[in-house]
Design a protein around this ligand. Structure first.
Ligand code: 5GP
Ligand code: ZN
Length: 116
């Protein structure tokens, strides 16, 4: 399903260009336009899901699919052994700015914990 006017649906549909690093039938991964780390990739379902709190039993396996793809990309990008962070921001307090579910894969530097 394509949500009208959704930025990430438009990237998934190739209506807006992005540097795609991985794609299969269910998901697509591309470089973040404003990277916060040397490696900063966004992984999204092709189907529009607004946010992680909207997942149900019927589509919760999407998270595992995104994580396995992120692990594969991390290995390809050479950051698997050094470490990386996977982040999903849900709604306003977490800083979600684009309301199409996405997982951040970030690496290539050290990250503070706890996050700000
Ligand atoms: P959020 O804050 O919603 O978790 O993260 C949204 C992310 O999308 C941000 O890191 C932002 O830099 C990225 N972003 C926003 N617009 C675009 C775009 O048009 N193309 C790409 N590749 N990334 C985008
Ligand atoms: Zn969308």
């Amino acid at each position: 399903m394509t949500e009208q006017g959704c930025l990430f649906c438009r990237i998934a549909n190739k209506e807006i260009p992005a540097k795609v690093v991985f794609e299969d039938s269910r998901i697509i991964a591309f470089e973040d336009v404003n990277p916060q780390a040397p490696v900063h990739i966004l992984l999204i379902p092709k189907k529009h899901i607004e946010k992680i709190s909207d997942l149900t039993k019927d589509n919760a396996d999407m998270v595992g699919h995104l994580v396995l793809a992120a692990n594969k990309i991390a290995a390809e990008q050479g950051i698997r052994d050094a470490g990386y962070r996977l982040t999903i921001n849900c709604n306003k307090d977490a800083g979600q700015a684009v309301f199409h579910l996405h997982m951040h894969l970030m690496g290539g530097r050290k990250f503070a914990w706890p996050p700000g």
